[in-house]
Design a binder for this molecule. Structure first.
Ligand code: ATR
Length: 275
């Protein structure tokens, strides 16, 4: 008898994670007998949890704060992109141990090309706001896609400099106060900061500085339409909201654990938004 496949998300806290609703939707949609559960794991229990989970039927787990970096040191196999990003979000338990991958960058790119089909890597420079973990994954993906020039700006400039240094590629650091001017001539603007999220300050970025030919995307998805995206859409820019990245980053893990490549559909978006 084969066991019922299990997967989950490990984090601390983990109650805010949308992953159980997301994977639960796919499990129901494809009538797969399996379960996906939130697993509250403290940093002190991380090693024990990862040792035990495969022994009790787990095929793998997603990883969220604060474990995304620490799991790399516990994995037997780390994909090149996870190593470069310096963090993993998708673990698969295999015969040879823990396989650690990072699908955030590829999730971002899939969401971008789905929401802005006319955008191509060669369309022109990109401007990235923010230099946290999400920016790291997005920059890696944009460098790999072949974006010719990436302008990176962050409130705390040394953090942007460290990121640019560690990733290499055509990344140029811009002072935060110069961010609006830096949008000139770009084809893509990405907000990876928390600004514009419900409960946070708004992003100070006059949309008059955006050219209508630009694609503008925000990784914030609460609200779905941030003030930046609303303004950019009114300017005539193509906009892509942050929910798509969350949905697309989940697909590779689901396929590995449950054996079916899932689709990101409007029904999935509604289910996750309603949760
Ligand atoms: P994540 O890993 O999700 O990207 P993070 O590492 O906390 O999260 O990064 C949040 C980003 O939002 C950072 O770029 C942060 O800038 P700092 O590096 O200067 O902290 C940015 N951010 C947060 N609050 C901000 C604010 N009030 N103004 C400008 N940027 C802000």
């Amino acid at each position: 008898m084969t066991s019922i496949p299990l997967a989950g998300v490990i984090g601390h806290p983990v109650g805010h994670s949308r992953s159980p609703q997301l994977h639960g939707h796919w499990l129901r949609e494809y009538a797969i007998t399996g379960h996906y559960v939130p697993l509250a794991v403290t940093p002190g229990d991380l090693g024990d949890a990862l040792h035990l989970l495969p022994r009790i039927g787990f095929r793998g787990v997603n990883v969220t704060v604060p474990h995304k970096e620490a799991v790399l040191g516990l994995a037997q196999e780390v994909t090149d992109r996870a190593a470069r990003i310096g963090a993993a979000n998708t673990l698969t338990f295999t015969e040879s141990g823990i396989h650690a991958d990072n699908t955030d960058g590829v999730g971002f790119l899939r969401s971008l090309t789905e929401g802005a089909p006319d955008w191509t890597a060669s369309a022109g420079p990109a401007l990235i706001l923010g230099a946290g973990g999400a920016a790291r994954a997005i920059l890696t993906a944009l460098i790999d896609a072949g974006v010719p020039e990436i302008r990176l700006t962050n409130r705390t400039r040394p953090r942007a400099e460290a990121l640019a240094r560690s990733l290499g590629g055509p990344v140029q650091v811009i002072d935060w106060p110069d961010r609006v001017e830096a949008a000139r001539g770009t084809a893509l603007l990405v907000n990876t900061t928390v600004l514009g999220m419900s409960g946070q300050a708004a992003l100070d970025f006059p949309v008059g500085a955006l050219d209508p030919s630009m694609t503008v995307t925000d990784i914030v998805y609460t609200p779905l339409e941030t003030p930046l995206l609303r303004g950019a859409a009114a300017r005539g820019c193509t906009t892509v909201d942050g929910l798509g990245m969350l949905l697309h980053q989940a697909a590779p893990g689901f396929e590995r654990w449950f054996g079916r490549a899932p689709k990101v559909t409007p029904a999935l978006r509604s289910a996750v938004l309603a949760s």
